[in-house]
Structures are given as C-alpha cells and as structure tokens.
Design a protein around this ligand. Structure first.
Ligand code: FAD
Ligand code: FES
Length: 368
C-alpha cells in the first residue's frame, strides 16, 4: 500500500476543495470534490463501495474511519448507534470529508465492470402478483441497447424534477433485455399508486442502472441463508436463480416473510425449487396468518425464524432484502448470532432519498 500522508488542507487554491480518500485494504485512492460524499466520489472514480438507501438510514455503507475527519451536511447518520460512532464508524453515503481520509471499507469489485447508464424502456407486460403487488416486464425501447446488470442489483425509475424511485430487478440478465419488477403499492405513495392505477402496457419509463451492491458472492463455499420480506423477494429471487443456474452445491435456506399467504406471491415457484434441489429448503413465515387459508405455515417474524433454525450464523453468508424495520432488526440480531458484518449482504427497501430527506427535515423542524 502506498504511504498515506493525510492533509487537512484543500489541495486546490480555488473554491473547489479536493480531499483524497485512501482505502486501506486495497491501497486504492480517489479524490472527493467540494460537497461530494465519499460514496459519490468513489462511484465517479469507478470504485464500488457497498450501499443501499443512499439516505443515511440503512447502514449498508458503513465503514471505519482510520484517520481524518468527515462531516454530515446532508442527512444525519441515523443508522449508526453510539457504540458504532465511538468505534469510528462512518456512513459513506452521507460523509463529506473535512480532510484527507484513510478508510477500512469493503469493496465490491464484481459490480465495477458495468457502467451505470440511463435508458428508455417500454412496459411489455403488467400483471397482478398479489392484491397490492404489481409485476412489470420492461423491454428496452426500439433501438436502445439492453441494460446490463448483475442478479440482485436495482434500478432507479427517473421522474420529473430529478426525483427517483428505486426498484430491485427480479430476474437476471436476459437475451431480449427483459427486466422484471415487483412493485408494492405504498399507501400515499405517488409513483407506486400511479403504477397500480394508471400505468399501461405500451407506456415508456426512463430508468437508470444498474445500482446497488447486493449481488451473488461466488468466492465462498459457505452455506447461504436468504431472507426476504414482502417484495424483498425480488432480488433474492434473482440471486437464488443465479446460484441455481451455476449448479451450486452450497446449502441454501430461503426464508420469505409476509403478512399472509396471498403476499407469498410466487410461493409455488419457490416450492418447485425446493422439490427439485436437495440443497435448497424453503421456509415461508407469516406474521398475520389466516389459518383457514394456510394451515400449518410457520407464524411470526421472519428473522426470528432464521435465528430459531440457525442460532449460530458464524459459518454462513446471509443475503436479505425487504422493509427497513425487518432489515434493521435482523442486522443487529444476526451479528449478535456471530455473523461477521462483511458476510451480511442486504438492501433495505427505504423510500427514495429525496423523500427520506424531506421526512427527516420535517422531524427536525427544518425545511429541506
Ligand atoms: C434499494 C431499494 C430497492 C427497492 N426495491 C423495491 C422493490 O423491488 N419493490 C418494491 O415494492 N419496493 C422497492 N423499494 C421501495 C420503493 O422504492 C418505494 O416503495 C418507492 O420509492 C415508493 O415510491 P412512491 O413514489 O410510491 O412513494 P412516495 O411518494 O415516495 O411516498 C412514500 C411514503 O412516504 C410518505 N411521504 C412522502 N413524503 C413525505 C413527507 N415529506 N413526510 C412524511 N411522509 C412522506 C408517503 O405518504 C408514503 O407513505 C426499494 C427501495 C430501495 C431503497
Ligand atoms: S445508510 Fe448509506 S446507503 Fe443506507
């Protein structure tokens, strides 16, 4: 690793203050422009660091600050608890350097080869997966090259005034470029209400992708636990299908938590995987079960079911995706059960960064 001389001075004399961030494990380094977050600057430099919500709430971009100082001028780092702050944890999606930085951060080099781009897609199919979940099949618009992505990644749907809405891609790359989304209708949600009520086959959308670092880690022989909550099944489906295609012999336990049986909208498909593959087991878990519809199904919270079956997670790789409350509870409980931080891969289905910023500003009595 190159020797790091940290500076607290801007490297430029004008207003465009630049600091250098060095990643301890690889020795790679990149410059951060004035006001930029570490994550934004790393992405501009083609270096993939983990992230999910991009709003400071999910904790997936957590890293350790070994030297230097950063500030949080956008959103406060709500995902860090007092213990993590005391141990110099920082959230890369919000941290803006106030000096050169030396960081211990996980790099996800597998996603670095695919540049993110914007494209127009057409709605080729729209169907009802569950009472409040819509399936969408999107195809690149005429003459537009297809999107490339890794199974598990997500895309942003681009709306007016720079607003974006993130959705996981529920399939792996296809020859015709088809992208499958599972969109849950959020009460009071502008975009998801429009998808449920007004979006029609033949309409076009602008998207940007691929995004995110929830992707298959193939450099491991460990057994895998997959845990999805609701439409958090979308990226889990893409990653499990990828491992099945690879013919993996690793043990796979797929947990899917939902309120009731209707919300397990592709249950037969997962039961089919379990019936075919001796190394894959399916564990549906319902939090509000209707015993008439689903006798015998497991009841409770899905992460509790994982822990009941795997009280020691120290030998596993865990992939999870779904509602923020589930992800937040699970990430603490799973690490308490021995799972190392760097073997927990997740996306937290938070609202879009602009909405979270408004909500947080509202809570603080501020205007965004
Ligand atoms: C990485 C990632 C992947 C995701 N993948 C999926 C997926 O595959 N499938 C899926 O269904 N979802 C997914 N989500 C969640 C999805 O992005 C959100 O449900 C979506 O952005 C909601 O958009 P909306 O325009 O309908 O709602 P919004 O209009 O953004 O509103 C969301 C909620 O916030 C409330 N709200 C809005 N503004 C304010 C305010 N100022 N103060 C207080 N409350 C407010 C609204 O009433 C509503 O309840 C993902 C999220 C992330 C981060
Ligand atoms: S807290 Fe940074 S990506 Fe979620």
């Amino acid at each position: 690793m190159r020797k790091v001389a940290l500076s607290t001075e801007c490297h430029r004399g004008d207003n465009a203050c630049v600091f250098t961030v060095t990643l301890k494990s690889s020795g790679r380094h990149f410059d951060v422009a004035a006001g930029e977050t570490v994550l934004e600057a790393a992405q501009r430099a083609g270096i993939a660091l983990p992230y999910s919500c991009r709003a400071g709430v999910c904790g997936s971009c957590k890293a350790t600050l070994l030297a230097g100082r950063c500030v949080y001028p956008r959103n406060p780092p709500t995902a860090l608890d007092a213990h993590e702050r005391a141990h110099h944890a920082v959230l890369l999606c919000q941290a803006v350097p106030a000096s050169d930085l030396l960081l211990e951060a996980r790099e996800v080099t597998s996603v670095e080869d695919i540049a993110r781009r914007q494209l127009r897609v057409r709605v080729a199919d729209k169907w009802t997966l569950a009472p409040d979940v819509t399936g969408l099949r999107l195809l690149p618009d005429e003459g537009v090259p297809r999107l490339r992505w890794l199974p598990g990644q997500y895309l942003d749907v681009l709306l007016e005034e720079g607003r974006r809405r993130p959705f996981s891609i529920a399939n792996g790359p296809q020859a015709d470029g088809a992208i499958e989304l599972h969109v849950r209708h959020v009460a009071g949600g502008g975009f998801t209400s429009w998808v449920a009520d007004r979006l029609q086959v033949g309409d076009t959308l602008r998207i940007e992708g691929p995004l995110g670092t929830l992707v298959a880690r193939e450099d491991s022989e460990r057994p895998m636990v997959f845990m999805a909550g609701g439409t958090g099944f979308a990226p889990v489906k893409a990653i499990v299908e990828h491992f099945i295609e690879l013919g993996t012999r690793r043990e796979m336990d797929v947990y899917w938590g939902a309120r009731n049986a209707a919300d397990l909208y592709l249950r037969e498909e997962v039961e089919g995987w379990a019936a075919r593959l001796p190394n894959l087991r399916f564990h549906p878990v319902l939090s509000e079960p209707d015993q008439a519809q689903c006798p015998g199904l497991r009841e409770g919270l899905v992460h509790e079911a994982v822990l009941a079956d795997h009280p020691d997670l120290s030998g596993h790789d865990v992939y999870m995706s779904g509602p923020p409350a589930m992800v937040d509870a699970a990430r603490h409980r799973f690490t308490d059960a021995g799972l190392p931080d760097d073997r927990l891969y997740y996306d937290s289905f938070d609202y879009a960064p602009d909405v979270l910023a408004q909500i947080m500003a509202g809570r603080a009595g501020l205007h965004p």
